[in-house]
Write a protein that binds this ligand. Structure first.
Ligand code: DGT
Ligand code: CA
Ligand code: CA
Ligand code: ZN
Length: 571
């Protein structure tokens, strides 16, 4: 067992919290807090020092009592003083204490008088105005508690990758403009291109950390400074998004980047491998005793473990180590591999831009083709009219194709899969289309069996081509409908159909794991934007990220094919 500095610091901070609630001597509380701050930021491992039997009291702010406690933590993993205190005080009081307007004394009162020891009780009491009746509390405090509880609930939510992309770039530019700063990297789940992120983790190198931190907390969109140390800081932006910044020396950059890119599961696996070799591996480097074996670049670190560089999107400990050992990591698809978009809407239905505008935008992106997939079910027309409109669009596209050649507009539609599994267009008109995207837009509540059968039936239609947004989920808004995707994937294989990766940021549907499942069954995917305006065509990058997280290579994705091969594949 290696006890990290941060763990020691956490224990001291918790102890300080409890002592504060108990009303202990403020000097004692402050001593624990100062020690925690020093330990968390210390560049060397206290555990190592204890093992080397060094005298800890030589460190700033560490007296005899603290030195003894650190030794206990390092050797046993426990802090008995904390456990003694914790017996008397519910843990949630510590979180409550952090709410603005409440402090240790008030939290203690709420606990003793109203027996409040969790956020739910706190909310109830505030709503019932039980709190304002206590001496020393008022209506204002109650109001504040309620807004804070609401904010906490909101900030616990995860942010869509696309929604933090701009602010991440803005912060990167801002930090890069600070004199002496270099190597600004947004690490964490953002670098792994997860569909949602909890917070941003930014790394920079600079000789003097405090100068960067001072500038960082002055970033105009910062609404709260949560912590501000000499080499690290956490802030909350006005959007509610939290940002962690760490300043690391250049020589440790690779190790820090690896550590803070994660995922935690990936880190733990690599650390276990280090431990087996008798090495130590943390955010400062890989060490054999005092000798540093690797720290400067991630390549150097993987190389030390005899592994090729593992792309961030694969770092989830889902088999990437085994694949890397056998030199069988996928050659991941890239944005430049995409040759066209096969799911876009126009003003004909609910899009904001015309057919011509969408085509021009696609040409500008360097694409070879685009499929115009206006909805069938959105038209609110009776069936005959729907098909008449589509016939007219087909004629229009044929004419336009002569002008835009060699670019090619594919005739298509987003065909609704009806509740009984029929497609929403007659075979006559389906036969005239180059390609179809078939998807579910109603009756989300069917049982898994019925929903699966509905799609299986639709897939038997020879004009079925791509299964659009296969689970129907909307991130943060709507759960996926119940459907047996493995059965669907097998059927797609059997009939030669494709599954969509819908790159609309709130859909990102399929998810990474199911992309991988499709690949394993030999089913190809299509990365589409489902654009409702020309600007949204750029969302294709998020679909490519998702594909990469799903281990997909260029050949696993239909719309990497050049036009002639695509047309052949569609026959
Ligand atoms: P998020 O923010 O929830 O979207 O996900 P991450 O992966 O960005 O997680 P975060 O921000 O908590 O931490 C950033 C990275 O730091 C994480 O990916 C791996 C590393 N890390 C954090 N906590 C631990 C830990 O306890 N052990 C190890 N080995 N690594 C950790
Ligand atoms: Ca993060
Ligand atoms: Ca973080
Ligand atoms: Zn749709």
């Amino acid at each position: 067992m290696t006890v990290h500095n941060k763990e020691i610091a956490d224990l001291f901070n918790q102890l300080a919290d409890l002592l504060e609630i108990e009303g202990a001597n403020p000097f004692r509380v402050r001593a624990y807090r100062n020690a925690a701050r020093y330990i968390a930021d210390a560049p060397h491992s206290l555990a190592e020092r204890v093992k080397a039997k060094e005298d800890l009291t030589e460190l700033p702010g560490i007296g005899k009592d603290l030195a003894k406690k650190i030794e206990t933590i390092v050797t046993t993993g426990h802090l008995p003083a904390l456990e003694r205190e914790a017996k008397n005080i519910p843990h949630a009081l510590i979180d409550m204490m952090r709410l603005p307007g409440l402090g240790p004394k008030r939290v203690k009162k709420l606990y003793e008088i109203l027996n409040i020891n969790n956020f739910d009780d706190l909310k109830n009491a505030a709503e019932k105005h039980n709190i304002s009746q206590l001496p020393g509390f008022g209506l204002k405090t109650e109001e504040k508690i309620l807004t804070e509880l609401k904010r906490i609930k909101e900030t616990n939510k995860r942010y869509l990758l696309a929604d933090v992309e701009d602010i991440a770039n803005e912060l990167t530019d801002y930090l890069n403009a600070i004199p002496g700063v270099s190597n600004v990297t947004v690490a964490g789940s953002f670098r792994r291109r997860c569909e949602t992120v909890g917070d941003l983790d930014i790394l920079v190198t600079n000789k003097k950390g405090s100068e960067v931190i001072d500038a960082f907390v002055k970033f105009p969109k910062v609404s709260d400074i949560i912590s501000q140390g000499s080499t690290r800081s956490t802030v909350r932006l006005s959007s509610g998004l939290q940002v962690d910044l760490r300043v690391v020396p250049k020589i440790h950059y690779g190790a820090a980047m690896h550590y803070f890119t994660g995922s935690k599961a990936h880190n733990i696996e690599l650390r276990n491998r280090a431990v087996k070799k008798g090495w130590k591996f943390n955010e400062y480097g890989v060490y054999k005793g005092d000798e540093c074996l690797a720290r400067k670049t991630e390549h150097e670190i993987y190389h030390l473990f005899k592994l090729p560089f593992i792309p961030p999107e694969l770092r989830e400990n889902r088999g990437e180590f085994e694949a890397a050992e056998k030199n069988q990591l996928p050659h991941l698809i890239e944005l430049a591999d995409i040759r066209g978009d096969l799911h876009v809407h126009t003003t004909e239905t609910d899009g904001a831009d015309t057919l011509e505008e969408m085509v021009q935008a696609a040409i500008k992106l360097g694409y070879e083709y685009i499929a115009i997939t206006d909805h069938t079910q959105n038209l609110k027309m009776v069936r005959g009219q729907d098909e008449k409109r589509l016939s007219q669009q087909i004629k229009k596209i044929q004419k336009l194709n002569e002008i835009v050649a060699p670019f090619r507009i594919l005739t298509s539609a987003e065909v609704d899969i009806l509740e009984d599994g029929r497609l929403d267009l007659s075979d006559d008109i389906l036969a005239q289309l180059d390609i179809t995207v078939c998807s579910i837009h109603s009756h989300f509540n069917l049982s898994e069996k019925d929903q699966t059968n509905r799609v299986l039936k639709a897939m038997k239609n020879p004009f079925f081509c791509i299964f659009g947004h296969p689970t129907g989920r909307l991130l943060n808004q709507r759960e996926p409908y119940a459907i047996d995707l493995e059965t669907i994937i097998k059927a797609a294989k059997k009939h030669g159909h494709y599954l969509e990766i819908n790159a609309q940021p709130s859909r990102m549907d399929l998810d990474d794991q199911h992309c991988r499942m499709a690949k394993e069954y030999g089913v190809k995917l299509v990365i589409s934007t489902d654009s409702h305006s020309k600007n949204q065509l750029r969302n294709i990058q998020f679909g490519v990220s998702q594909a990469r997280r799903g281990w997909l290579e260029k050949d696993d994705v239909l719309n990497t094919l050049p036009l002639n091969k695509l047309l052949k594949a569609l026959k």
